[in-house]
Design a protein around this ligand. Structure first.
Ligand code: NAD
Ligand code: USQ
Length: 385
């Protein structure tokens, strides 16, 4: 299969590009390197020393039978370059990671809110129109988020995208309807993923584009079998208050003996997936496109759920680091349960990687190895809403 990976220089996109390449896909990465530029803007760096995309690919293309190409294109502002590459490359799949993905960054100020909406919405829409204009039968695989659902499961499992409801229609009685699960985003970033869903539903209905939307939980870990092959392939490890996500932050904080930054009571329950499962899910999604282009295929890309304070206790018990219960900088429920349906990937053969001592240990070892690169002043979450 021929696959374009949009955002293939990022935390999820880079290991996915390598994994698909090893699986036999002919891979082309498109990225505008905006994530690296945001690091410079914020004054932070990945905890792990990531090589430039050119170095990454030079070593990969030298050492592997599977070549990966790269094009530096901003899919927000360079529509015709995107269209030209799609027409030239003739992909079977386009995997779309290329969005601004940090909720705290999206909520910093009006500039970052507008950037997140402009970049994410226009980029996704450019991609959809480019697929239509190319007239090629391309399967679009998009990385969405569990956050589109909100996090309360009202006592039932959050289904995979759709809800079967009965409408009480006068004169007809109860009428069955299948609707998109009511969306309830908690940040400007999450809101862009809710808006993406509407664009996907329209283009699937109107143009018959085959679309898979993956509602992914919080990704943790850093390395995959492919990124371990060479130091130049090492994946990024975000730990700062904007881009670092909770479990990786706790593991990194333990490595530098920084009291674990639990927001509020830590009663928030969230869905998690290890990066090795992310790349496997993308491969499975590419191989199992929706048969009929009329309805978007939504899969929950989630291995397990955990409560934030339980994660903090687990890391604290293991390493002896203290826990700091901080005022929550976010507007979110202080306590919630969360049950999530994830049968879609299980039925395709995914064997989830569950949080266990060995895997936490591996991430901890990486964080320890590069701890001298950490700048502790960037740990606090300063974006408040
Ligand atoms: P990331 O920021 O590390 O990677 C995104 C990549 O897209 C970056 O390399 C960036 O330079 C590129 N990009 C952004 N805008 C672009 C544009 N206009 N044109 C070209 N390239 C552009 O993010 P990530 O953690 O790898 O997340 C990838 C996707 O997965 C995101 O859409 C995110 O919403 C989703 N996701 C991530 C997580 C997580 O925990 N990291 C969880 C659920 C969903
Ligand atoms: N939290 C802490 N302490 C911290 C950091 C976070 O208690 O130091 C709490 C937050 O308040 C929140 C929870 O942990 O309740 C998760 O926060 P997070 O930063 O780990 O994750 P989030 O902002 O939801 O975003 C991340 C990714 C995003 C993806 C989302 C999936 O950055 O791209 O879409 O996870 S999900 O959470 O399932 O919506």
């Amino acid at each position: 299969m021929r696959t374009i990976v949009l955002g293939g220089d990022g935390f999820c996109g880079w290991p996915t590009a390598l994994h698909l390449s090893v699986q036999g896909h002919d891979v082309l990465i498109i990225d505008n390197l905006s994530r690296r530029k945001i690091d410079i803007e914020l004054g932070v760096e990945s905890l792990t020393p990531i090589a430039s995309i050119e170095e990454r690919l030079m070593v990969w293309n030298h050492s592997s039978n599977h070549k990966i190409n790269f094009q530096n294109i901003d899919i927000f502002s360079e529509y015709y370059s995107l269209l030209r590459v799609i027409n030239d490359f003739q992909p079977d799949n386009i995997v779309h990671f290329a969005e601004q993905r940090a909720a705290p960054y999206s909520m910093k100020n009006s500039k970052t809110k507008r950037y997140t909406v402009d970049n994410n919405i226009t980029s996704t829409h450019n991609l959809l129109t480019a697929i239509v204009e190319s007239d090629l039968d391309i399967h679009l695989v998009h990385l969405g988020t569990m956050g589109v659902y909100g996090y309360s499961s009202v006592g039932m499992k959050i289904p995979e995208g759709y809800l079967n409801v009965k409408l009480d229609v006068p004169s007809k009685g109860l009428v069955d309807q299948k609707i998109i699960y009511p969306t309830n985003p908690g940040s400007t970033y999450h809101m862009t993923k809710s808006l993406d869903q509407i664009m996907f539903a329209f283009y699937a209905k109107n143009n018959g584009i085959r679309i898979t939307d993956l509602h992914q939980g919080i990704v943790w870990g850093t390395q995959t079998p492919e990124t371990r092959l060479d130091e130049k392939f090492i994946n990024r490890f975000d730990y700062d208050g904007d881009y670092g996500t909770v479990l990786n932050r706790f593991i990194m904080q333990a490595a530098v003996n920084y009291p674990l930054t639990v927001h509020g009571t830590g009663g928030q329950t969230r869905a998690f997936i290890h990066i090795t499962d992310t790349v496997k899910c993308i491969s499975l999604a590419c191989s199992n496109p929706p048969v009929n282009g009329k309805q978007v295929m939504i899969r929950n890309q989630v291995s397990e759920t955990h409560r934030v304070r339980n994660l903090a206790e687990l890391i604290s018990n293991k390493t002896g680091v203290k826990i700091a219960y901080l005022e929550n900088p976010r507007k979110e429920a202080s306590e919630n349960d969360l049950e999530v349906e994830n049968n879609s990937f299980l039925s395709l053969g995914l064997e989830p990687t569950y949080l266990d001592e060995g895997i936490v240990e591996e991430v901890y070892e990486i964080a320890k190895k590069y701890s001298s690169r950490a700048n502790l002043k960037y740990i606090p979450c300063v974006s408040k809403w």
